[in-house]
Design a protein around this ligand. Structure first.
Ligand code: BTN
Length: 329
C-alpha cells in the first residue's frame, strides 16, 4: 500500500478503521498507520477517533485523467498535446522543462503533490496532496520573447475565465500574476499563483512553460506556513469547492482557448478583462525593488502589461520587471 491508495480510500470522507483499510489493501495495520503518518507529514489533515477510525474533514475527488478529459469539449480535448496526472512530481513545471524538446503544444501535467513546488522569486510553493491544484502547460510561440509581453497577466485573465465558467466569483488579479480573493472592494488572501518560464530566442522560436497553483482547500497548517494571507475556492463557494477534476478541466480549456487568442491578439485581447479585475487600480501602493522605493497610486497597466504607478512626486512610473514588491502603502 502507498499513500496514494490510502488517500483514495479516505477520499469519500467516510470514517474507516485501520483494520478495514488494512484488510482492503491486504497489508498490516502497521503499514496503514505508516502511510497515515506520511500523508499527515505532507499536510493532509487526517482525523482519528478510537470509535470511528480515520477520516478526512471533508470528501475530496482524486485527480483523474479520464474525468478531466470527459469534462472537456471534444474540440479542446483534441487540441491537447498530452494530459498526465501524476501522484507526485518534484514540480510539474520542472518535469515539463525536462521534456521541453519533445513535448507538444498544450501538454498539460498535473500532480497531486509536489516535493519541490516552485513559486516566483525562488520561493517554495507548498503542495500537499489532494487539496489544491498544481498544473503546468507548455506552449510554443514563433516570434520570440518580444511577442510575449503581458503573457503572465493574460494567464491571470484565463484563470479567472476558467473560474467564471464554473460560476466561481469573488477573485481579482494583482499585478503581475497573483490571483487574490476579493473582500467587498478590497483584496483578500492569495488564491493562486502563476509562474511563466520562457526558454528560446529573443526574436525567434521560444517555449513558455506556464505553471499554475490554485488553492481549492486550505488547512490550518498551510495557512500558518504560508507567511502571507491566503484563501481558497472553498471559502469563495461558502464551504465546498467545485469538483477538482472540473476545476482542472475548466483551467485546461481556458488555457487552450486563451493561449490561441494570445497568439493572435497578444495582450491587447486581454487588456479590458485585466483592467476589470485589476486590484491595484486606484490603490495606494508602496513599491520597492530595481525601480527604487516610492509610494504612489496604481494607474493600471500599459499595452505591454507594465504596471503604471502615479508616484506621489507626480511622476508616472512604468514598472515592467516583476522583480519588485508591491504592497499597500
Ligand atoms: C507564485 O509564486 O505565485 C507562483 C506559484 C506557481 C506554482 C505552480 S504549482 C504548478 C507549477 N509547478 C511549480 O513548481 N510551480 C507552479
Amino acid at each position: 500500500m502507498d499513500s496514494q491508495q490510502l488517500l483514495a480510500m479516505l477520499a469519500p470522507g467516510q470514517a474507516l478503521s485501520g483494520t478495514a483499510m488494512a484488510t482492503r489493501a491486504g497489508v498490516t495495520r502497521a503499514a496503514v498507520w505508516k502511510q497515515i503518518e506520511v500523508l499527515r507529514a505532507r499536510g493532509v489533515p487526517i482525523e482519528a477517533s478510537t470509535a470511528a477510525g480515520y477520516k478526512l474533514p471533508w470528501p475530496l475527488q482524486m485527480l483523474d485523467e479520464a474525468s478531466i478529459r470527459a469534462s472537456l469539449p471534444a474540440s479542446l480535448s483534441a487540441a491537447l498535446g498530452a494530459l498526465e496526472v501524476h501522484w507526485e512530481l518534484d514540480s510539474t513545471s520542472s518535469e515539463l522543462q525536462r521534456r521541453v524538446s519533445q513535448a507538444a503544444d498544450f501538454s498539460m501535467l498535473l500532480a497531486e503533490t509536489q516535493t519541490a513546488g516552485r513559486g516566483r522569486r525562488g520561493r517554495p510553493w507548498l503542495s500537499p496532496p489532494g487539496l489544491n491544484l498544481y498544473l503546468s502547460c507548455l506552449k510554443r510561440f514563433e516570434n520570440g520573447f518580444v511577442s510575449l509581453a503581458g503573457l503572465s497577466l493574460a494567464i491571470g485573465v484565463m484563470v479567472l475565465r476558467a473560474m467564471g465558467n464554473l460560476a466561481i466569483t469573488g477573485a481579482g488579479l494583482k499585478w503581475p500574476n497573483d490571483l487574490l480573493a476579493v473582500n467587498g472592494s478590497s483584496a483578500g488572501g492569495k488564491l493562486g499563483g502563476i509562474l511563466v518560464e520562457l526558454t528560446g530566442e529573443y526574436q525567434g522560436p521560444c517555449v513558455a512553460i506556464i505553471g499554475i497553483g490554485l488553492n481549492l482547500r486550505l488547512t490550518d497548517l498551510l495557512r500558518e506556513q504560508a507567511g502571507q494571507p491566503i484563501s481558497d475556492l472553498a471559502t469563495l463557494a461558502g464551504g465546498t469547492p467545485a469538483d477538482r477534476n472540473h476545476v482542472a478541466a475548466s483551467l485546461i480549456g481556458a488555457l487552450i482557448e486563451g493561449l490561441r487568442q494570445f497568439e493572435q491578439e497578444g495582450f491587447a485581447g486581454f487588456a479590458a478583462d485585466f483592467a476589470r479585475h485589476d486590484l491595484l487600480y486606484g490603490e495606494r501602493l508602496h513599491l520597492a525593488g530595481a525601480c527604487g522605493e516610492f509610494d504612489g497610486t496604481g494607474a493600471g497597466v500599459d499595452s505591454r502589461g507594465a504596471l503604471l504607478v502615479h508616484a506621489d512626486d507626480g511622476e508616472l512610473h512604468r514598472i515592467d520587471s516583476a522583480d519588485v514588491t508591491v504592497r499597500p502603502a
